[in-house]
Design a protein around this ligand. Structure first.
Ligand SMILES: Cc1ncc(COP(=O)(O)O)c(C=O)c1O
Length: 410
């Protein structure tokens, strides 16, 4: 007899041995008190420094009220897929708002950002035909990689953010072959920005379509919160803009925005859109409320940047080893999976601070890190405490070699 149990237990064992075993920290978020949360195991209050509720919209009162209002008006779920059970007005209005957000004439929502990427990229490539090929940044998110894999089209991986390498690859392919370039605006683990204009120039030169993932930028950058492509005035040069409703907009769901013919073709063919239940009306409506709020208000965006810069200043003055790519994502590189977990646990146990350790395969081995994401709701006092606590953790756990400036006082 085959011992099936052994397949799974030995897999887990090897994950544990390499320090990659994922342990979730059970926290209960508190509406109205973000970034505070309750650590369920100990019952104590902790400050969360690693949330992707980037600007705190997950507790905006208008958004919460919308959820209540629409839930009691329409019920809890969407009632089915849009093909089988009809669409709902809330989702239609959400898509109009998303198209407006990105200055495109159409948008399509998905159950999450992951599915938006998987379904859209694979469908676009399938529509472009068997001769199509795809050019993908080496640090693209797993959901984009899955979309490419599903398409079964020839792929060319260009070195992260390298225009030279992208051009070398593009020029190796006949000009009349259909091509798609897929990349992110802000890369989620390092917080660095793609050379968007250069990529658009190459796309024009080599006749390629462009697909940008703005998941870590929407809501936070650009006049309306349309992301980095909007901030740089480049959104009209991008064919498909993909985003999420789950991070800065504080809800759940993903989408693409672009030309109506292209979006309509994806709507008509994408398996990951057709064969799954639509976003519930209360989520669609709350998301729309959040997107509209950040279209019409700059307050969160301005305060967000201020707090991010204050946190970086404090880290810099104290020699903490972070990478600065001038975005809101602050990676503190530890470089060892066991140490990284140990520091995370120490911060939680001793200082009531929650920062998840990020290990391989999410980041390359040797670049394990704490990924810190300040929000407009973190205070100066919290930044001081975080800085002190990080220094204490590095000293206590024998990692002071990581400090870049030893003249620090703790
Ligand atoms: C770059 C990028 N794209 C897409 C996604 C998926 O988005 P969602 O969380 O809405 O599924 C993520 C998720 O974290 C991401 O980091």
């Amino acid at each position: 007899m085959i011992d099936y149990h052994k397949f799974f237990s030995s897999t887990l064992e090897s994950i544990k041995l390499s320090g990659r075993y994922r342990e979730f920290v059970n926290i209960s978020r508190k509406a109205g008190e973000f970034p505070m949360a309750t650590h369920v195991e100990s019952g104590k209050e902790v400050t969360v420094w690693c949330s992707n509720d980037y600007v705190g919209m997950g507790q905006n009162f208008d958004v919460l009220n919308k959820i209540h209002e629409i839930t009691y008006k329409t019920g809890s779920g969407a009632g089915g897929t849009r093909n089988l059970s009809g669409t709902n007005s809330e989702i239609v209005e959400l898509e109009k708002t998303l198209a407006f957000l990105h200055n495109k004439n159409s948008a399509l929502s998905f159950v999450c950002g992951y599915m938006a990427n998987l379904a859209s990229i694979s469908t676009i490539l399938s529509i472009l035909g068997e001769n199509a090929c795809v050019f993908s940044d080496s640090k693209n998110h797993a959901s984009m990689i899955e979309g490419i894999r599903h398409s079964k089209r020839e792929k060319f991986i260009f070195k992260h953010n390298s225009l030279d390498h992208l051009e070398e690859l593009l020029s190796s392919v006949p000009i009349d072959r259909p091509k798609l370039i897929v990349f992110e605006s802000i890369y989620s683990m390092d917080g660095d920005i793609a050379p968007i204009e250069g990529i658009c120039n190459l796309a024009d030169k080599y006749s390629a379509l462009t697909y940008i993932d703005e998941v870590h930028a929407v809501g936070m950058y650009g006049k309306k919160g349309g992301g980095i492509s909007q901030l740089l005035g480049l959104e009209n040069r991008i064919d498909i803009i993909q985003g999420t409703l789950a991070k800065a907009y504080g809800a759940i769901g993903g989408y693409i925005a672009g030309n109506e013919i292209l979006i309509d073709a994806i709507r008509s063919l994408a398996s990951g859109f057709i064969f799954t239940t639509a976003l519930p009306p209360m989520i669609s409506s709350a998301s729309r409320c959040s997107v509209e709020h950040l279209i019409n208000n700059d307050k969160e965006r301005i305060l967000h940047q201020k707090i991010v810069n204050e946190a970086k200043k404090s880290f810099r003055e104290n020699g903490l080893p972070f990478i600065d790519h001038e975005t809101h994502i602050i990676p503190l590189i530890i470089g060892d999976s066991f140490k990284c977990k140990e520091i995370s646990k120490y911060l939680l146990d001793k200082h009531d601070i929650f920062i998840q350790s990020i290990n391989y395969p999410t980041v390359p081995k040797g670049s394990e890190r704490l990924r810190i994401t300040p929000t407009p709701l973190h205070t100066e006092e919290m930044i001081k405490k975080l800085t002190y606590s990080l220094l204490d953790a590095l000293y206590a756990l024998d990692c002071k070699n990581l400090l870049q400036n030893m003249e620090v006082a703790i």
